[in-house]
Write a protein that binds this ligand. Sequence first.
Ligand code: SAM
Length: 268
Amino acid sequence: MNLKDTLRKHGFACSKRYGQNFLSDPQLLRAIACDGACAQDTVIEVGAGAGTLTRALCDMGANVIAFEIDERLRPVLAETLAGTSARVIYADVMEYELSSLAAGKYRLVANLPYYITTPVIFRFLYDPNLLSMTVMVQKEVAQRICAAAGTAAYGALSAQMQVMGNVKIVREVPRNMFLPAPDVDSAVVRLDIAPLCRSTLLPSYRKAVAAAFAMRRKTLANNLTAAYSLSKAKAEEIVQAVCGNRSARGETFSPEQFIALAELLDGK
Ligand code: SAM
C-alpha cells in the first residue's frame, strides 16, 4: 500500500505544527539510509513519521531507535513497521534523557522536522556517543552548515558544526518528493565526528563563536569587548594575535582560528 493510502486508511492528516512532510519514494529512502548508516549500526532517528525512513534503515540491517512526538501515528507505525526490530519512543526528543537509552555508539539519521532543526542538531552534536549525523534539512540551512569561512553563508552554525568534524552535502532533495510538499527544497547533510579540538575547550569555543556572530556588522574585537568585558585594546590585541588583522570580522574566522581564539580568551 502506498503512503497516501496508508495515511488515508488511518484517517491521518499531517500536522504543520510538527513539521510532518513525509518521504515515500523507495529509491530515495534507500539512498538516504545508505547515506547515513551501514548494517549493524545503531541508529537514532528523530521523527519516525509514517515509518518510511525507519523501515528503509531496518531493511539495510541497522538497529533503529526512532523518536516520534505524535501519538496519532501509533496505529500507522504499528502497521508500517510490523516485522521490523525498530523501537519507537513516543516522546519529544528535546525532553527525553538520551543517556537512558544506553544505546552505546550510534549514528543519527533523520528527515528533521524543520521547526526545530537547529535545536535537534545541538541536542546531539556534543554527545560523546555520536559517530555521525545525517540529516535532511532545508537546502539553505545545509548550505550554511557547510559554508567556508569568509563566504556570505558562513555563520555560527557553520563554525559550531565544522569544529566537530567533516561536513558535506550528500544529496539534494526537491520539494516535490515530500507529502505534503513543503515550500522549500531540502538537502541531506552528513557530519562525521572528528573534533578539531579537545572536548574541554568546546564550551569556550562555543562562547567565542556566539560572541563573534552576535552583531555581524561589528568587528570581532568589538563583539569580544561586549561579551568578555575586555578593553577594546586587549580584544584587538587578541584578534591580531590570531589572524594578523585587529579589524577582522567573525565571519572570516575559520574553525581553527576560533580554536586559537578560544584558547587565548581562556587564558586572559
Ligand atoms: N521520518 C519521516 C519521513 O522521512 O517521512 C518523517 C519526517 S517528518 C519531516 C518529521 C517527523 O518528526 C514528524 O513525524 C513529526 O511528528 C516528528 N517530530 C516533530 N517534532 C518532534 C519532536 N520534538 N520529537 C520527536 N519527533 C518529532
